[in-house]
Design a protein around this ligand. Structure first.
Ligand code: TYD
Ligand code: MG
Length: 456
């Protein structure tokens, strides 16, 4: 009798090990290795496949077929922008986020919006019963649409259900962690199950032309629990994020085979569902405390959209041998760099000071263009001098202390003007800046110049 083959799979990163161990060598996580049956994957191994022939095609003969990827638009502009102009037919998307952040809410609202535009949508819930999903839909004002609901977790059952329906435009599977297939023996939620089930659903999408959205819960470490592997299989990955205590949520593209990856969609969670936030700057500036030292408004960009956000710094004498540096909403390595540049080139001594940096509203900045605003906030706090309340800051700082121009200067300034800001501090040599904005702005070449401006 053939020996049953088993393998040991890390549930965190998906690495296959020959034997069990307490710690995964690949990702360093403890207690994540589980014994699984490797016969996962629908259709089994290569031995079971009958001989088939493929056919190669030249790119030019394809041009007529895929002129531009056909997309389905939801009419929820925050969502359509993030997907790059609508969900591409036949594509598979993964929507990840912490439990309770509002993924099911978002997708139910999207489903309703799409159904109202005449698309056929099927919402398969593995976490809630049909009655519960309907209750939520009622609360969201989506109960009058013809979104079809199903409560199933077995992939073969789901495929059979889908086969009975007229070809759907979009199938939503909430969530991948509940899916399981007969073809794999391990428990639902394990890497093998999630991978096999997702594979089957992605194959369904490619063969029928229906778009498939997979919902995945993220662990505290910020990974989509277990099935990191799914990220590689799908055409797009969106993360739905938010900070505890804040009502707004951000939908962010992490991967997109059919569009840009730096777009965000901003929503606000209300008692009757998610509301689109068309002007996020107002949201992140809403909590502004006028003329306090240590606050600087950064004119940032998220993809194609300008976002203004307040950066707050607190610099205070330290009683510790090694002063504290704490950052919320920005990169802490970047903060260390700015502090080093301030010390080395501007004579600003922060070695005996605790430094706290916070981005207002729980927002996260990923752009180096925030360097100048952060520097301004730090110097302002250290000197105890408030910055002008009607001024925005942007620009990248290099290790030599020079301030480098950043992209989209004109758009940043336009947004600032729209929100009532009168002036800007920006890098010398910024491109495409209208003459009127240039007159009201200070163009600076290096960090010492900025420090001199603030501290006088
Ligand atoms: P949910 O979509 O179930 O989260 P996920 O699918 O990501 O786990 O959202 C659950 C949270 O959203 C819950 O804490 C309640 C809140 N919520 C509202 O505030 N308003 C609403 O209209 C709905 C439906 C949910
Ligand atoms: Mg949910």
């Amino acid at each position: 009798m053939a020996k049953a083959r088993v393998q040991f799979v890390c549930q965190n990163c998906g690495t296959v090990h020959a034997r069990w161990g307490g710690r995964c060598d690949a990702c360093g996580e403890w207690n994540t290795i589980i014994e699984e049956d490797p016969t996962g994957g629908i259709g089994g191994g290569p031995g079971k496949q009958p001989q088939r022939k493929g056919r190669a095609v030249t790119l030019t003969t394809l041009s007529g077929e895929i002129e531009d990827a056909p997309r389905i638009l939801s009419g929820i502009s925050e969502l359509d922008r993030v997907t790059g102009g609508g969900i591409v037919r036949g594509s598979a998307l993964l929507v990840g986020g912490d439990p309770g952040i509002g993924k099911s809410t978002l997708l139910m609202q999207a489903a309703a919006a799409l159904a109202r535009r005449g698309h056929r949508i099927i919402y398969v819930s593995g976490e809630e019963a049909v009655a519960q999903v309907r209750l939520r839909a009622q609360r969201l004002g989506a109960a009058d649409t013809d979104v079809k609901l199903a409560a199933e977790t077995n992939v073969e059952d789901i495929l059979a259900t889908l086969a009975q329906e007229r070809r759907p435009d979009l199938v939503i599977l909430d969530s991948v962690q509940t899916l399981w297939t007969d073809a794999a023996e391990s428990a639902p939620g394990t890497v093998t199950q999630v991978r096999s089930a997702s594979q089957a659903m992605i194959r369904y999408a490619k063969s029928t032309g229906a778009a498939v959205i997979l919902v995945g819960h993220v662990t505290k470490e910020g990974q989509i629990a277990g099935p990191r592997v799914v990220e590689h299989m799908v055409d797009g990955v969106l993360y739905f994020e938010g900070e505890g205590g804040h009502h707004y949520r951000i939908l962010r593209t992490v991967k997109n085979r059919f569009g840009p990856t730096d777009e965000i969609g901003v929503f606000e969670m209300t008692s009757d569902g998610l509301r689109e936030v068309a002007n996020p700057s107002e949201l992140f500036l809403g909590e502004r405390n006028e003329s306090a030292p240590g606050a600087a408004v950064f004119a940032g960009m998220e993809g194609t959209r300008p976002v203004l956000v307040e950066i707050q710094a607190l610099v205070a004498p330290s009683s510790l041998g090694t002063p504290r540096r704490a950052v919320v909403g920005w990169d802490s390595a970047r903060l260390s760099m700015i502090i080093a540049v301030l010390e080395a080139h501007c004579g600003v001594r922060l070695g005996q000071h605790d430094v706290y940096l916070n981005v207002a509203g729980g927002y996260r900045i990923s752009e180096p263009a925030a360097d100048v605003a952060v520097s301004a906030a730090l110097v302002s706090s250290l000197a105890g001098l408030a910055l002008p309340t009607d001024c925005v800051y942007f620009g990248e700082v290099s290790l030599s202390g020079a301030i480098r121009p950043v992209a989209h200067a004109a758009q940043r300034l336009k947004e600032a003007e729209k929100l009532g800001f009168k002036s800007a501090v920006m890098p010398k040599g910024s491109q495409d800046v209208p003459e009127a904005s240039r007159r009201n702005s200070a163009e600076i070449a290096d960090l010492p110049e900025l420090v001199a401006r603030i501290a006088g």
